[in-house]
Write a new protein. Structure first.
Length: 107
């Protein structure tokens, strides 16, 4: 009877360690991904800011797992196109969703 209780306790403890260990690894992976995404987001923002004739102060950059999403306002369709092209040329960017809109109140 004692050995059966001991075995049951051992398997219960092993199951707890296994499940909590996996959850910890997933959270660590998500944290690492979040940090990577923020670094890439910053790289895209810097690339936009380093563009000669910087005109992207109204543009927001979001980044997740290689995908960049641009949003905000610019004055011309050329600015929108250039922002997307600049973002696409940043190493690590796999796709760009360009949701930038044209400012109808330019002037």
């Amino acid at each position: 009877m004692f050995s059966m209780a001991l075995c049951l306790g051992f398997f219960t403890a092993a199951a707890i360690v296994a499940f909590t260990g996996c959850a910890g690894n997933q959270n660590a992976s998500r944290s690492g991904q979040y940090i990577d995404d923020k670094a890439f987001q910053r790289q895209v923002r810097v690339a936009l800011e380093n563009n000669p004739g910087y005109e992207f102060s109204g543009v927001s950059v979001d980044f997740h797992s290689g995908a960049v999403q641009l949003s905000g306002l610019v004055n011309t369709s050329d600015q929108k196109f250039r922002a997307g092209k600049i973002a696409k040329n940043v190493q690590g960017v796999t796709t760009v969703k360009n949701n930038i809109t044209l400012n109808s109140n330019k002037g």
